[in-house]
Design a binder for this molecule. Structure first.
Ligand code: NAD
Length: 358
């Protein structure tokens, strides 16, 4: 098969890590008989410098015309003082909106070879962890009505959490389908003891799951309890669905439990197979251009693209096996280095993974 992939390398370490992922995809193509065309477009700070806007029209058109999108990372101190709507991160929100991506899927996986990297006690993590957080991405308080005014002589501000049934149902569908392919158990996180929007969330998730996925078990956990359980017993969770703001916070917490931000990928999907695949970390300006970044998160993001956008599950598994094999041999980039392991550069790590794919 042939696939057109839009590549938004972005800023900082973005170009280094996307190069690694492209090398891996080319090797997968050779081994499994696929061809990939990679189409680079500007987004973020590099787009501001070249075109004066973080998300040029050409980038949106190019992404819409591709089969899927691979993103490095955007942002950096150079653009930090620009006004909100001119900043690199505005490009991220814009591209998600333009592609109609309403779900964000973040697997927080602890690889057995990196168990010591977790800040949790060994007995809590030694059997591995994989919490997949499905976060609603374009609704809720980040997009709700907000304002600021003087009330009783002092400044006040507000933001509004609002969800409609169809917004909850479409994210529930993505989470239910994922859970059905795995343990058939879904955890839905809300704050239904306090928030009206959470009460609608809970009711809608249950009704939707009961109607469309009767074999699925849906457990509810309050967000404050969830924050505790992720550090107390993370292995109890598999697929978790939650709102935009709760997902934002919990997915960072779950990522931290795995011990390395450089290992974690994420995908954003909507109604079609055109998705946006990226590492969860940022542009790491402190290490940009030094060939020391960990490219594995971006390589795993490319693997998720093969599985979730193109249905290439064998090819996905081949990349996971290659990463596992390279880690088992003791190769590590600086961020995951530990005693007795061998330090490699960003480009060397990508080459080792390419070589391990057979
Ligand atoms: P960051 O994730 O870029 O970096 C945090 C720390 O983790 C740094 O010490 C960095 O060196 C390290 N790190 C990150 N990725 C790594 C990798 N692959 N290998 C090795 N070490 C890695 O977060 P930050 O410093 O808060 O943000 C830097 C810039 O990135 C900011 O401009 C921010 O707005 C932007 N950002 C972009 C995205 C995105 O593009 N999706 C996400 C988060 C932050």
């Amino acid at each position: 098969m042939h696939y057109d992939i839009a590549v938004l390398a972005g800023d900082g370490i973005g170009p280094e890590i996307t190069d690694g992922a492209i090398a891996v995809l080319i090797k997968i193509g050779e081994v499994y008989g696929h061809t990939f065309d990679f189409h680079p477009y500007l987004m973020g700070g590099c787009a501001i410098d070249a075109c004066g806007t973080p998300l040029p029209e050409e980038t949106v058109k190019g992404c819409l015309a591709s089969d899927s999108v691979l993103l490095g990372a955007v942002g950096g101190p150079k653009w930090d003082t620009l006004p909100g709507d001119k900043r690199p991160e505005k490009g991220l929100l814009g591209i998600r909106k333009a592609l109609g991506l309403y779900s964000n899927i973040r697997p927080a996986k602890l690889w057995s070879a990196l168990a010591d990297a977790s800040p949790l006690k060994r007995e809590l993590v030694e059997n591995g962890i994989e919490i997949i957080i499905v976060r609603e991405l374009i609704g809720g308080i980040y997009f709700g009505e907000r304002g600021r005014k003087t009330i009783d002589g002092e400044e006040a501000a507000w933001d509004t959490e609002q969800y409609s049934v169809h917004e909850i149902e479409r994210i529930a569908r993505i989470a239910c389908e994922l859970a059905m392919k795995r343990t058939k158990v879904l955890t839905s996180v809300d704050k239904a003891n306090v928030l009206e929007s959470s009460r609608l969330w809970r009711k809608t998730v249950h009704e939707y799951a009961a109607k469309h996925y009767p074999e699925l078990t849906v457990n509810d956990v309050l967000v404050d309890n969830m924050a505790m359980q992720i550090v107390k017993n993370p292995a109890q969770f598999d697929v978790v669905v939650t709102s935009n703001i709760f997902g934002d916070i919990l997915s960072d917490e779950a990522a931290q439990v795995t011990g390395s931000i450089g290992m974690l990928a994420s995908s954003s999907l909507g109604d079609t197979t055109l998705g946006l695949y990226e590492p969860i970390h940022g542009s790491a300006p402190d290490i940009a251009g030094k060939d020391v970044a960990n490219p594995i998160a971006t390589i795993l993001a490319a693997a998720m693209m093969l599985r979730d956008s193109f249905g290439l599950t064998e090819e996905y598994a081949a990349i996971e096996r290659a990463v596992q094999a390279v880690l088992d041999k003791g190769f590590r980039t600086a961020d995951i280095l530990s005693e007795g392991t061998q330090k490699v550069s960003c480009s060397q790590m990508a080459e080792l993974i390419v070589e391990a794919i057979s």
